[in-house]
Design a binder for this molecule. Structure first.
Ligand SMILES: Cc1cc2nc3c(=O)[nH]c(=O)nc-3n(C[C@H](O)[C@H](O)[C@H](O)COP(=O)(O)OP(=O)(O)OC[C@H]3O[C@@H](n4cnc5c(N)ncnc54)[C@H](O)[C@@H]3O)c2cc1C
Length: 401
């Protein structure tokens, strides 16, 4: 009989398995995919942005109104102890602004540490093994039958990127155990944009733009970051970080208006441009293909010398650059969603132990819960911290019995 069965071999599941096995428990990890930690390997473009240096209060704030739920987990394993965990096992980390990466530049080195630690503490791992039910009497059900255990940790992740293990399987398990599921929607996901001119700029990247949602209830100041034009719309950090809230709005309305300042540092292009064409005069701030498109949208010849652009022309084009109005009509969906908004309702889970309030002996951790952060090491930090807290809580709970 196992003490603990962990469902899912992502960062939450593996960290939970390690905490429990280090505490002396006999642990089995079940993974439905043929390989372990597939999503972890893809994080940060393969470099794994495992956490960030923000203080706990700012970290929790970035998750919105549910953020405080994470406090006990972050207290148990915040970013410093997390970095120390990997450093003590041979993988140093470094900072890029406030983001933290392994100095190996390779997510595989993070997974290697987790798997070595699992081996050291005799954690058994089975791939191609999907949990299909959580019997009331404990343990889990797979295609091979019921595997008994004293406790179960559900760490099944979100719905995004099905090729990397994303699915709703965990939501179904939690639902049947009596948990409420908040409708999952894609977050940290590229947006589909209605305007054709946007889609004609595929591949153009712009640093430091400002993106604002033109609806009541959204921050008037918008958010800043890099933007990428895609063949269906827009992506890049500034878009991904706002996309969850936009996707939520798109649940109840057909489109969401966006206002983008494409060049917040735009200078006196007309005055300083002299005989240069308008497109060239704008070169310090905008790639020429984008400048030309914006001119065309305003009915302005991009080859006209800047000195000949009269006050009205200058005003019109400047407004088009600094407040371009576009329309989001959807997202690229779960297959491009870095994280899932929604999931297992936090009300059914004790934040101090991560044990289910509805099924004793069932613990829940990671992205499967209704918590989603922006890009930048937020979601992995939560996965690691919550896995660690759940694993440690299980050790405590079983010690008491
Ligand atoms: C492309 C990409 C890049 C990302 N980059 C970053 C980044 O740099 N920094 C960051 O903080 N976050 C990043 N994220 C988000 C981050 O990867 C996730 O939030 C994190 O992996 C969640 O960890 P988890 O352990 O909760 O779930 P997961 O990592 O999703 O692991 C869950 C596992 O459970 C398995 N599973 C599900 N159901 C069952 C079942 N019924 N039976 C058995 N097994 C099951 C799945 O196959 C999966 O392997 C990225 C995500 C993607 C898709």
């Amino acid at each position: 009989m196992y003490d603990l069965i962990v469902i899912g071999s992502g960062p939450a599941g593996l960290m939970g398995a390690i905490a429990a096995a280090r505490g002396g428990l006999r642990v089995l990890v079940l993974e439905r995919m043929p390989k372990v930690g597939l999503k972890l390997l893809a994080t940060g473009g393969g470099r794994c942005n495992l956490c960030n240096t923000l203080p706990a209060h700012a970290f929790m704030e970035a998750f919105g109104r549910h953020g405080r739920f994470m406090q006990p987990a972050l207290r148990a394993m915040g970013s410093e102890p997390l970095r120390a965990f990997f450093r003590d096992r041979g993988v140093e980390t470094c900072e890029e602004e406030d983001k933290v990466f392994p100095t190996t530049g390779n997510a595989a080195s993070i997974l290697d540490v987790l798997l070595k630690e699992c081996r050291k503490f005799h954690v058994e791992i089975r791939t191609n093994s999907e949990v299909t039910a959580l019997p009331k009497e404990g343990g889990v059900k797979t295609a091979e039958g019921i595997v008994p255990s004293k406790a179960v940790l559900l760490a099944t992740g979100g719905k995004g990127y099905s090729a990397l293990g994303g699915s709703s399987s965990g939501y179904g398990l939690a639902l049947r155990a009596g948990h409420k599921i908040i409708d999952p929607i894609p977050a940290d996901v590229p947006l589909l944009i209605q305007e054709r001119w946007v889609k004609e700029l595929t591949g153009i990247a712009l640093p430091g733009v400002n993106l604002r949602v033109g609806l009541k209830g959204f921050p008037k100041a918008g958010t800043n970051g890099d933007l990428l034009f895609t063949h269906q719309g827009i992506s890049g950090p500034v878009v991904l970080n706002s996309s969850g809230a936009i996707a939520e709005k798109l649940q109840t309305q057909e489109s969401v208006p966006l206002v983008i300042n494409l060049a917040p540092k735009l200078g006196a292009w007309q005055r300083d441009g002299g005989n240069k064409s308008i497109a060239n005069a704008l070169r310090p701030w905008l790639p020429s293909a984008l400048a030309k498109t914006l001119c065309e949208l305003c009915g302005i010849d991009p080859e006209l010398p800047a000195s000949k652009a009269g006050g009205k022309t200058e005003e019109l084009l400047t407004r088009q650059i600094t407040a371009a109005h576009i329309t989001a009509t959807g997202t690229e969906g779960f297959n491009k969603a870095i994280v899932t908004r929604g999931g297992i309702d936090l009300k059914g889970v004790n934040p101090d132990t991560l044990e289910s309030k509805l099924q004793p002996g069932l613990y829940l951790a990671g992205e499967a819960l209704n918590l989603d952060g922006p890009c930048g090491g937020f979601n992995l930090q939560w996965a690691f911290a919550s896995g660690h807290l759940a694993g440690s809580s299980i050790v405590e709970a079983l010690r008491e019995t």
